[in-house]
Design a protein around this ligand. Structure first.
Ligand code: AP5
Length: 224
């Protein structure tokens, strides 16, 4: 496959970050997770972070033009020339259209949008037990994917925290936002023939295997 330009789509807590990290390792592609980028900006108190913080803490989306600009800048980097993995972008129709325009300007296409499908009850269970590393956003779960040492990231040794937006009332608000603003993108990408669905309710290794199998099929189809 010449380029692997992937979008990971799915509700909060569906496992986009968990699978995105694995794909990044498997394919050695840049991984752009808008939530991580924004949390990094909040931590560093940049102008982007100051704009984003109040939206994020409420569980609302940051404005489309702000986040579309952040991603356009990343896609123009040489490191993204052989492909990229987008996690958490696009999340609205205007963002999806902005991505189309950016890729058209670069003379490139999306390879696939992978929908990781998980029902709301499972989302609430998962996000309630999530622990996130402060430095690099690596994710763990107290029951399903526990770190070796409590509250310490296995990967980089930094502190694990409960995200501000993982409080129960904010989780419900994020789910509402997902259904209203992001779910319509399923039809948007299905109409373009780009959507691939994966059952996200299985264990992380099974979900990862299904995504790898799906990408292998796409590769074979391209070779035929
Ligand atoms: P963001 O960080 O992108 O949050 P999200 O989409 O709500 O997704 P999450 O990070 O909560 O979940 P995930 O799907 O990555 O699941 P994870 O792998 O961690 O965005 C945060 C905020 O930033 C937004 O609310 C918004 O304000 C702003 N923002 C970001 N992008 C934006 C955009 N494009 N436009 C506007 N605003 C934007 O897994 C969850 C838990 O489950 C973990 O504990 C994990 O260990 C566990 N787990 C994972 N897989 C499994 C499994 N298969 N079985 C059991 N447990 C599992």
């Amino acid at each position: 496959m010449s380029e692997l330009n992937l979008v990971l789509l799915g509700p909060p807590g569906s496992g986009k970050g968990t699978q995105g990290e694995r794909l990044q390792e498997d394919f050695e592609l840049p991984y752009y997770a808008t939530g991580n980028i924004l949390r990094g900006a909040v931590e560093e108190r940049t102008e982007l972070g100051r704009t984003a913080k109040e939206y994020m803490d409420r569980g609302d989306l940051v404005p489309d033009d702000v986040i579309s600009g952040v991603i356009a800048e990343r896609l123009q980097k040489p490191e993204a020339a052989d492909g990229f993995i987008l996690d958490g972008f696009p999340r609205t129709r205007p963002q999806a259209e902005a991505l189309d325009r950016e890729l058209a300007d670069l003379g490139r296409d999306l390879t696939a949008t992978i929908l990781i499908d998980v029902p709301d009850e499972e989302v609430e269970r998962r996000l309630g037990g999530r622990r996130t590393c402060v430095e690099n956003g690596h994710v763990f779960h107290v029951d399903f994917n526990p770190p070796e040492k409590e509250d310490v990231c296995d990967i980089d040794g930094s502190r694990l925290i409960v995200r501000e937006d993982d409080k129960p009332e904010v989780i419900r608000h994020r789910l509402g936002t997902y259904h209203e603003k992001t779910e319509p993108l399923i039809a948007f990408y299905d109409d373009k023939g780009l959507l691939r669905r994966v059952d996200g309710t299985e264990a992380p290794d099974e979900v990862g295997d299904r995504i790898r199998a799906l990408l292998a099929t796409l590769r074979m189809e391209e070779d035929i």
